[in-house]
Design a protein around this ligand. Sequence first.
Ligand code: SF4
Length: 158
Amino acid sequence: MLHVIVDDYGDDLKIAEKIRKYCQRKSPWIFHFDTGSCNGCDIELLAAMSPKYDFERFGCLLKGSPRHADIFLVTGPVTRKCKDRLVNLYEQIPEPKVVIAMGACAVSKGIFQNAYGVCGPLDKIIPVDVYISGCPAKPEAIIDGIRKGVEILTRKSG
Ligand code: SF4
């Protein structure tokens, strides 16, 4: 659809850009990465997707590739093994992008404060836009964090 607009009306790139921004705001695509969590937060993310909370009603969609994502949702305290992969994935997400640290581990290393294999928290490795507290983070908090992320994404898009 965007191709047709751009090809047929070379001068109307602005329209295509407006459509892109509208889609990004109305249907943010999310890439989730676990950097060594206990899986508690990851299960809560699934709960947020379940019919009870249903974050897809806001247009949110989990995607399997960082190249398709607008929002990078990260759980876990960032283990040394995950650090390079985390940075690699972050760099693959196109601009503008938003990073969300989900759960106490991603926010502050949580219960893994003194673990020898941990090099987080997340904002020590990559820039973070939104912090979601909780151990684990609740589905309501996850939805609120994503909503804040979309607001920031809209501002970044201009
Ligand atoms: S914040 Fe709590 S529930 Fe979430 S990954 Fe860390 S220990 Fe697990």
